[in-house]
Design a protein around this ligand. Structure first.
Ligand SMILES: C[S@@+](CC[C@H](N)C(=O)[O-])C[C@H]1O[C@@H](n2cnc3c(N)ncnc32)[C@H](O)[C@@H]1O
Length: 237
């Protein structure tokens, strides 16, 4: 990337406001529709039960929020939080196509300073966003703070595959082809160059697992999915 962002938070905010209208479509196309399965798998790891209360940090267009709502059912509730109003506007439309509207509240806010009391939720998830925040441990610490003791913190994020052969093929697609497809999809250069760049700057999944422990989460562990191109990290407060 020619101009790495000086103010990452502002850069990321503006980027998602630019691509919000095409985000879901491009996500599904560029991941060969695997993204829905990955979100479902991540939400399964929360252990969320009917009647409980979940939080989806950096909820974007609400797809992981909806997955949580499916689990908590009509007696539970889910809050989706994001700092980009255009992404939340798409989330409103996505939620309206489901029966889960009454269980979901969407909130504009910053993952770095969650506007909730300690111990407020039974779990907190974050999907494809730890890469985008200015301070990974600060966000994980915030997620831990607002989850009740015993509750789970779960992250779904792109990861760094290690299998020789597959790894080279994947990076060819991710670094060379995907930014071109992204540019075709939204009509401007730039936003989809951030995707490979953000992964390059992001720590390996083993280090993210260590961060979970360092912010005080117990039993930190991770699963690699689809050949290790994404990872789901879990920890318990
Ligand atoms: C790649 S999208 C992921 C959206 C959704 N979680 C999903 O699974 O598709 C990243 C989202 O994180 C949001 N985001 C990034 N940094 C944030 C921050 N500091 N506070 C709140 N939202 C943030 C962006 O606005 C964007 O909607």
């Amino acid at each position: 990337m020619k101009n790495p962002p000086q103010n990452k938070e502002q850069f990321v905010h503006d980027l998602f406001c630019t691509i919000a209208h095409r985000y879901d479509l491009l996500n599904s196309l560029l991941s060969f529709n695997r993204d829905r399965y990955w979100r479902r798998f991540a939400v399964e790891q929360t252990g969320l039960l009917p009647g409980q209360k979940g939080l989806d940090v950096c909820c974007g267009t609400g797809l992981m929020t909806i997955e949580q709502a499916k689990r908590v059912g009509p007696d539970g509730s889910v809050v989706g939080l994001d700092f980009c109003q255009s992404m939340l506007d798409i989330a409103v439309g996505n939620i309206a196509k489901t029966p889960y509207g009454p269980m979901i509240e969407l909130l504009e806010g910053n993952a770095m300073a969650l506007p909730f009391d300690d111990d407020s939720f039974d779990c907190a998830t974050i999907g494809f966003a730890l890469r985008n925040v200015p301070d990974i441990k600060a966000v994980l610490g915030e997620m831990r703070r607002v989850v009740r003791p015993g509750g789970k913190v779960v992250s779904l994020e792109l990861a760094k595959p290690g299998t020789p052969g597959f790894k080279q093929l994947y990076y060819l697609y991710f670094e060379q082809i995907l930014p071109l497809l992204g540019k075709l999809g939204i009509g401007v250069d730039g936003p989809y160059q951030w995707l490979p760049e953000s992964l390059r700057r992001f720590p390996h999944q083993a280090e993210i697992c260590r961060f979970f422990g360092e912010v005080g989460l117990q039993d930190a562990a991770y699963y690699e999915l689809t050949g290790g191109i994404v990872a789901v990290h879990t920890g318990r407060k």
